[in-house]
Design a protein around this ligand. Structure first.
Ligand code: 1GP
Length: 237
C-alpha cells in the first residue's frame, strides 16, 4: 500500500534502476541514494538474473535504507519475495506475444505463491530501445511518431494498466523526446514513467517538465554516481 501511495502521489519522483547483473551495489551507495532523495529503487534489467544475486541486492537495500524496492523483471527469474512490489509489465509493442502475455502467464502463479504486490504496467519501447528492445523483440516507436506512443498509452489505460513506462532503453544516447512525453501525458490520466538515456540534470528536468511523473535513471549510477544528486534535484525542482 505504501509503495502504491508513493507511486500515485502528485509530486515528481525519481527512481533508481539497479541491475544486479552489473555487480553488487555497496551499502555506501545505498545510503547516498537515500540522501540524494531518490524515491524508490527498481531492480532488474534485460539480462535474466540469478535469483541469489537478486535476493542479496534487495536485502542489502532494505538493510541500509527504507527505500521502497520494486521489481522490474527482464525474465522469469527476476522475481523475489523480498521486494515490496513488482511491475507486472507487458511490452505492448513487442512483435512476440511471449513478451505481451506469455511470460505473464508463465510467472503468474509464482507471483501469487511468493505473495508479491503487483502493479500493472504497460511498457512501451521507443527508439533506440537498446537491449530491452532487442530482447523483447520490440518494434520500437520512431522518435518522431508521438501520436503512436500516445495511442499505445491510451490503449494501455483502457486495458486497465495503472502505469505507462516510455522506455528509450538503458544506455540510450538520448532520452525519449519531450514532444512524445507531452503527447502521451496529454492522452492519459494514469501516471507516466520515462527512462533511458537520462544523464544530465537538464535532460531530467526537461523530461519531468514535459509530463513524466516518474523519471528513471540507471546507467548514470555506474558512470558517474555523484551526478545523481543534481539529477534528482532537477527532477524535483
Ligand atoms: C532502463 O530506463 C532505464 O530501463 C534506465 O536507463 O540506464 O539509460 O538510465 P538508463
Amino acid at each position: 500500500m505504501k509503495v502504491e501511495r508513493m507511486i500515485y502521489s502528485k509530486k515528481k519522483k525519481h527512481f533508481t534502476l539497479i541491475d544486479p547483473a552489473n555487480g553488487m551495489i555497496s551499502k555506501e551507495k545505498i545510503k547516498f541514494l537515500k540522501r540524494f532523495g531518490t524515491d524508490a529503487i527498481i531492480i532488474g534489467g534485460s539480462t535474466d538474473i540469478k535469483k541469489k544475486q537478486l535476493d542479496k541486492t534487495i536485502l542489502l537495500i532494505k538493510k541500509h535504507s527504507n527505500l521502497p524496492t520494486i521489481l522490474f523483471p527482464g525474465g522469469i527469474n527476476g522475481l523475489s519475495s523480498h521486494a515490496d512490489a513488482l511491475f507486472f509489465m507487458s511490452l505492448l509493442n513487442s512483435s512476440d506475444p511471449y513478451w505481451i502475455t506469455g511470460i505473464q502467464a508463465q510467472g503468474a502463479s509464482i507471483v501469487k505463491k511468493l505473495g508479491i504486490k503487483t502493479i500493472p504496467m504497460a511498457y512501451i519501447i521507443v527508439e533506440p530501445g537498446m537491449k530491452a528492445g532487442e530482447v523483447g523483440k520490440a518494434i520500437p516507436i520512431k522518435r518522431d511518431n508521438a501520436s503512436l506512443a500516445a495511442a499505445y498509452a491510451l490503449a494501455a489505460q483502457h486495458m486497465g494498466f495503472r502505469l505507462v513506462y516510455l522506455e528509450a532503453g538503458a544506455g540510450a544516447d538520448k532520452p525519449v523526446p519531450t514532444e512524445m512525453i507531452h503527447a502521451v501525458k496529454e492522452n492519459i490520466s494514469i501516471p507516466l514513467i520515462a527512462g533511458g538515456g537520462i544523464r544530465t540534470p537538464g535532460q531530467a528536468k526537461a523530461v519531468a517538465r514535459a509530463g513524466a511523473d516518474i523519471i528513471v535513471t540507471g546507467t548514470i549510477s555506474e558512470e558517474n554516481f555523484f551526478a545523481l544528486k543534481e539529477i534528482i534535484a532537477a527532477v524535483k525542482g
